[in-house]
Design a protein around this ligand. Structure first.
Ligand code: SF4
Ligand code: SF4
Length: 64
């Protein structure tokens, strides 16, 4: 399992990129995307998914 970013809702604030413990979030082309193979859902690092926690837009970082 992994999380993904709903590109149409993302404001491109960049907050999630720095909080991801797996380095799975990158700005690619025109939007922030999660590299699904790298996403660990923050397991072992945090109790909650950091991208979803810091994202100012509700339901933008969601299970893929
Ligand atoms: S769930 Fe965690 S590991 Fe996956 S993209 Fe979000 S912050 Fe990174
Ligand atoms: S924190 Fe949310 S709004 Fe900001 S870049 Fe990440 S997905 Fe987009």
């Amino acid at each position: 399992m992994a999380f993904k970013i709903i590109a149409s809702q993302c404001t491109q604030c960049g907050a999630c990129e720095f909080e991801c413990p797996s380095g799975a979030i990158k700005f690619k082309g025109e939007s922030y995307v999660v590299e699904l193979q790298k996403c660990t859902e923050c397991e072992g690092a945090f109790d909650t998914q950091q991208c979803a926690s810091v994202c100012p837009v509700p339901k933008t970082c969601v299970p893929a």
